[in-house]
Design a protein around this ligand. Sequence first.
Ligand code: CA
Length: 552
Amino acid sequence: MRRRGALPAILLSLVLAGCGAAGSAEEETAAEEEEGTNQMEDLASLLEPVPSDDAYRTGYEIFVRSFYDSDGDGIGDLNGVKEKLPYIHDDLGFDEIWLMPICPSPSYHKYDVTDYEAVDPQYGTVQDFQDLVDACHEKNVTVLTDLVVNHTSSEHPWFTAAAEYLKSLPEGEEPDPNDCPYVSYYNFTRTQQDGYAKLTGTDWYYEARFSEDMPDLNLDSEEVRGEIRDIAAFWLDLGTDGFRLDATTSYYTDSGTDTISFLSWLNDTVKEINPDAYLVGEAWTDQNTYAAYYESGVDSFFDFAFSGSEGAVAKLARGKYSALKFGTALMAEEALYAGCSPDYINAPFYTNHDMARSAGYFTADADGTQAKFAGALNLLMQGNAFVYYGEELGMKGSGKDENKRAPMVWSEDASAEGMCEAPPGMDAITMKFPAYEEQREDPWSVFTYYKTAVAIRDAFPALKKGSTEVIGSLSDEDVLVFVREERGEGDAPVLAALNAAEEEKTVSLTAESTATPYDTLSAVLLTKEGKVTLKDGTLTLPARSIAILTAD
Ligand code: CA
């Protein structure tokens, strides 16, 4: 299956391409040897990862329950994540993981926490977490945990104590926080209002934006802020490198100003404990709203504008968006975020645990071309890019949330080692692409493509850190050419050229088109068999292909 060619042949052909006529015998040999080579893999094998020492990384989002089961009880666990670190880091090249909630919780998804300073026994122990963090740090992989402080579980002892107290209050008597401090931890009121749930057996209501099982915390309370400080310190002391902040738009549902002010407090509080800690906020709202959240000093916010089935990434991959427009949108958002915080780090992603997986909505995509191309568009964005587990296999899952969190398809055999049971209530899902064990051997699989895209990101820091400069004279509906130079000193600038069309396109790189002459073809991403060529400044891009050029 694997079609590995001799590297010298491909290198020779690249050199020859730039220098006109060569001896005919030599040319023939090169052409012959080239037959049967795979340009994408051959160039990728020459890439050297540049280890990151900052927050510009490539992150892998993991739903622990569905990832890898280390002890055979059918439920993924922290030791399972540790066992698969060679897959995550050594094979795929990710240097950051984000673990969805791992604290004790009555739900399968664990976004309703009952104890913030413990690990759910289904997932393991605090020691297991510590071991995972240590194993990650040995590989320069950072670990982010989910900080869910908009709300607790209704079974959290703070809430049950407050509820019991209110139930025991004689009619007409006002609650006294001196008798029960936890009544001030939540937003209780006697007035029924939108976003509030009735406290059974009383005439009280409590704020519960997501569900009655998830009472919202009173983030104005000094006591609650003290608890949050302790929770952050607990995880940072264990070596956690930062937090993904859940549901920030619900911190103060009706007030952007109060939200930004709380985010600012949270950012200061976390960084007082560890100045190197990294925060990325979930603000599932319009772009201008979350751009303003950067004023809080929080490092990153997920870039929702480019995500989802109708986002810019998916639309361009489907051919429903202009390539030039995509590039222009990148430049516009970088300027927008920089205007709110010069230190912003964008957090691109295009699917997550709340969204349909893309393989399901790219319906006319039997060979995975669109799933691959979209994956690359996400990974070529600047900042700290995230990939949701299983996207690198083109897994499917849509509709109810459980379907979006299906067990990782390591093998076609559901009883194979490490395979997890489906979350309760998940529909049966027929996957579109084979399991990992088959894809890893296939040079044209979604997996191999993703692996190459991450390798490219790891090899060229300018791609992660530089601002996008679209070369308008070379870009159009189908082709986007842009340059990234690192902000600050150091790594070489890169030029990326992508062809979003379903037919071959050529780009003429003239001396005038870029200030630096980009004359070396350093990496390519091919959605199907083909070859990118660069000859006398003419770059030929097969359908849905991407070329990375560097200056000599
Ligand atoms: Ca297990």
